[in-house]
Design a protein around this ligand. Structure first.
Ligand code: CO
Length: 142
């Protein structure tokens, strides 16, 4: 990617993933296969978050299909309230702690006060949608 293209994006280096909450992960994977010929490149259960995710690579980014593994999962609550749909956007950053501090300094409301392990061996932190234009933001450091 050309430097001109990313100039001005500040601490954000890439769209890491777009996460879509789904009730049935296998059905969602099948939808992307049937509709777009897209195949899953990574699948993982993240017990700490109570989710299972399937990642479909699109260029340097991912579509992340995410479904709950237990009733008290935040994604289960989301599905109950809102139904299936766009859940959060993951922005790739060089340094998750630095980006989190920048959001804090700007007066943002945080879900994670400190970076923590995410899937794929990443380090992540979530920013609360209230105060972030109604969008749940995940900061992702590879
Ligand atoms: Co995510």
């Amino acid at each position: 990617m050309s430097p001109e293209h990313t100039a001005g994006s500040g601490l954000l280096t890439e769209i890491d993933h777009v996460a879509i909450a789904v009730a049935d992960l296998d059905a969602a994977v099948d939808y992307y296969r049937r509709s777009f010929g897209a195949e899953v490149t990574h699948r993982e259960r993240v017990e700490s978050d109570g989710v299972e995710e399937a990642l479909i690579a699109v260029a340097q980014s991912y579509i992340q299909l995410v479904s709950p593994t237990r009733p008290d999962s935040p994604v289960a609550a989301f599905l109950e309230r809102r139904g299936e749909g766009l859940h959060h956007v993951g922005y790739r950053v060089a340094d998750c702690a630095e980006a989190l501090q920048a959001v804090r300094d700007a007066g943002g409301r945080l879900i994670d006060e400190a970076p923590r392990p995410g899937s794929r061996g990443t380090t992540v932190a979530f920013v609360h949608p209230k105060g972030a234009l109604g969008t749940l933001i995940e900061l992702v450091q590879e």
